[in-house]
Ligand binder design. Sequence first.
Ligand code: 5GP
Ligand code: ZN
Length: 114
Amino acid sequence: MQECIFCKIVKKEIPAEIIYEDDNVLAFKDIQPAAPIHLLFIPKKHIPTFFDLQPEDDKIMGEVQRAAAVVAGDLGLAERGFRLVANCMKDAGQLVFHLHYHFLAGRELQWPPG
Ligand code: 5GP
Ligand code: ZN
């Protein structure tokens, strides 16, 4: 997946402000923040969308979500909380086809989203 921007961030071929990293998970600051804290949590494995998930990815995706909770705790958000949201395909506005969760925090977020 030479052309995938998030795979390039995983391989450190392009820079990103990395907030969390382990064997299977990477979290970094979104380049265009939509909230005071806007991170992206991704599996290091290239998975384009939720539709591409395989049963063997269940563990990795659990790790991605749990990493978000760990980082939230480290950032002092245990009380205020955060939003984890993933865009899947066109109607949701997915632009990068490497599965990712947006981690949004630091202000009161509106619901429903636009
Ligand atoms: P999507 O619309 O696919 O859910 O969100 C893609 C997100 O990736 C956007 O919020 C966008 O700002 C972010 N993004 C796109 N390219 C880069 C990049 O090169 N570096 C970082 N840190 N974020 C990026
Ligand atoms: Zn990728």
